[in-house]
Design a protein around this ligand. Structure first.
Ligand code: SF4
Length: 343
């Protein structure tokens, strides 16, 4: 992919395009590296993932489940709905005990991966290492999450590595303090960069190839001039990059679309998220995806059991629409999600 006016440093190849994320190689193919480290169980899981993604086989249970433990974030970035959140912190959270029960249910029926997606900053919880270790011991092949990196201290890095995290994704989005301050107000670029380097050092100390480290760059008109310096700065240090398209999450959100969006993947194909994954939110609502547009697509309450929700009419109807219907017949949230680039 060579967008107009941009040349990728060192011809960094794109190895995977999804509907709104392009992944760039930095060192080697992450899936191959994970296969080397995690063995046949990983290959089997990815085979089931590809079958689900191509609508060929719906697994008996979501292959990946995200647990949004709390509804908290330490930043208010303009690219996120949290930016407009006011009032007291939401005290409701998913308990460690309940998440472990959900993992027990999942590993019984073929769940292979866990994450901490949703609308929050996962490092606001101290329970991640315990939950990751529990999930991996129970047989989950992968454990992963995205973070803004501000709370990724040396000790946190050490604990996550020891617990068996397999992928860590840090959203960085800039190289200059001025641009970073606009993308991530309230954060500290030097601190986050140090945290990332300390994480790499801790992984070396543990003599571990995992967790793989991905840096993410959400392309907006604020930071578009820093994409190539960003890739150049980090390409020898991290395992891979992702370039994410800005999705305007509601009508009040700023129009931050970049001037030249050619570097970002265009939506292509049909969304297969509800064929592969579920998200359990802090208030126990269950959703079919982690996309910010999909926060209204509630499928049920986790107390019903995830297997029951996975096989119930609401998600079956959604899958049918996503697979067979034109854009105009999809739920409003999906229409908005699929047409991000048209704004
Ligand atoms: S909002 Fe709809 S189209 Fe977007 S990821 Fe979720 S299920 Fe897929």
């Amino acid at each position: 992919m060579t967008p107009s006016g941009l040349t990728a440093p060192s011809a960094i190849p794109v190895f995977s395009d999804s509907r709104n994320v392009s992944k760039f190689l930095a060192k080697g193919d992450p899936l191959e590296l994970l296969a080397q480290e995690l063995g046949p169980k990983f290959l089997d899981y990815r085979k089931r993932w590809d079958l689900a993604k191509s609508f060929k086989r719906i697994p008996p249970f979501p292959l990946h489940v995200d647990y949004e433990i709390k509804s908290l974030c330490n930043l208010r970035c303009p690219i996120c709905p949290m930016a407009t959140r006011k009032g007291p912190q939401n005290p409701i959270s998913l308990s460690v005990t309940r998440i472990k029960e959900l993992i027990d249910e999942g590993t019984q029926y073929g769940q292979a991966s866990m994450g901490f997606g949703g609308l929050w900053e996962p490092l606001m919880s101290n329970d991640l290492p315990e939950l990751i270790a529990y999930g991996r011991e129970k047989g989950l092949v992968e454990a992963m999450f995205n973070t803004n990196g501000l709370l990724l201290t040396k000790n946190v890095s050490r604990d996550l590595i020891q617990a068996g995290l397999t992928r860590l994704m840090v959203s960085l989005d800039a190289v200059s303090p001025q641009t970073y301050a606009q993308m991530r107000p309230g954060s500290d670029l030097n601190q986050v960069e140090d945290n990332i380097l300390n994480f790499i050092a801790q992984r070396q100390k543990a003599k571990s190839r995992l967790p793989l480290l991905r840096l993410s760059f959400c392309l907006t008109k604020i930071n578009q001039s820093e994409l190539l310096p960003f890739l150049t700065r980090w390409e020898t240090k991290v395992d891979f990059f992702s370039l994410q398209s800005y999705g305007r999450f509601d009508d009040k959100a700023p129009a931050l679309f970049p001037d030249d969006s050619a570097y970002t993947a265009k939506p292509s194909g049909r969304c297969a998220q509800p064929f592969k994954r579920l998200l359990v939110r802090h208030d126990s609502q269950v959703l079919p995806c982690c996309d910010l547009s999909g926060l209204s697509l509630t499928l049920g309450h986790e107390s019903q059991g995830l297997r029951q929700i996975w096989n119930a009419p609401p998600i079956s109807k959604l899958r049918d629409k996503l697979k067979n219907s034109p854009l105009a017949d999809l739920p409003a949230a999906c229409q908005k999600c699929q047409s991000k680039f048209e704004a």
